[in-house]
Ligand binder design. Structure first.
Ligand code: NAP
Length: 252
């Protein structure tokens, strides 16, 4: 079975690793090229866009793919819509990994906001020390809130001209552990964390650290998602679905 995984996430890497050990599957992992050095992949991989839903549909048909897995990040809204449309156009079996969102628990002080500009506004007028864990592409909104001091943690360092005036860059890739997150929040005297509601374990420790230290969180809610017919919460469930398809194809 030929499987195309749209990646850039821990689930995509975990799924491609599992498939690389099973001879029934021939897997290609696709990266957008958003990070300078993607994680080494356990399967063959490619980088770059397909040219919209139609381009992806053509790629699936030309490559004789049997299944498409959308394992993109919850905030990769465009690709999620392209993927479901490409599956429809090509008739290829399709599953989306729908990573559960984080939920506010007791002891959390979260402000939920719909966008990055709303997040910048939610920081208020008074100067604060802010940890931004939103990646390096969405910093523009914070140029409008130059009164704050920012620590910007992202996989790749942002271009200097995209940073607010009082900002330092911490180029780091997760996963992050609780002890390190507590140490960072204390050392940088952080008052507020701004994060996307990415969900998942790899970057959850900052939220637990914030709860323990009484630090506020501004949580940017997820963009609208397509109406998926088949979803899996994690790589393990996506693997089970692929096993089922593989046995059906064999029996056919
Ligand atoms: P996006 O806005 O949904 O996608 C923009 C364009 O990038 C798509 O139209 C597509 O180009 C191309 N693309 C996206 N994912 C691709 C993939 N896996 N393989 C090939 N092309 C892809 O996505 P984004 O928010 O810029 O994110 C880009 C990538 O980074 C995604 O793969 C995502 O999983 C990963 N990522 C994103 C975030 C985030 O916060 N947004 C966080 C962690 C990881 P064409 O239309 O030309 O095909």
């Amino acid at each position: 079975m030929r499987v195309l995984i749209l990646g850039g996430t821990t689930e995509a890497t975990a799924l491609s690793l599992a498939l690389s050990k099973d001879q029934r599957f021939e897997t290609l992992l696709s990266y957008a090229g958003a990070t300078r050095a993607p994680r080494p992949a356990p399967t063959p991989w490619r980088v770059g866009g397909f040219g919209g839903a139609e381009g992806l549909a053509r790629f699936l048909t030309a490559g004789g793919y049997n299944a498409l897995i959308d394992a993109t990040h919850p905030f990769a809204a465009k690709m999620k819509h392209n993927a479901i449309e490409a599956a429809r156009l090509s008739g290829v079996a399709f599953l989306a990994i729908d990573r559960p969102a984080w939920k506010m628990g007791s002891g959390d002080a979260w402000t939920m906001v719909p966008s990055m500009s709303a997040a910048a506004l939610a920081l208020g007028l008074e100067r604060k020390r802010v940890l931004l864990t939103i990646g390096q592409k969405d910093l523009a909104a914070f140029l409008a809130a130059p009164q704050h001091a920012y620590v910007v943690r992202s996989v790749d360092p942002p271009a200097p001209e995209t940073l607010p005036p009082d900002a330092i860059s911490l180029p780091l890739r997760g996963p992050f552990v609780l002890g390190d997150e507590i140490a960072l929040l204390r050392a940088q005297q952080i008052a507020v964390i701004v994060t996307k509601n990415s969900g998942g374990k790899a970057t959850e420790a900052k939220l637990i650290a914030a709860r323990q230290l009484g630090i506020a969180v501004v949580m940017v809610e997820r963009p609208a998602r397509p109406n998926w017919r088949v979803t899996a919460e994690d790589a393990q469930s996506a693997l089970a679905w692929l096993h089922q398809i593989a046995s059906t194809e064999r029996g056919a």
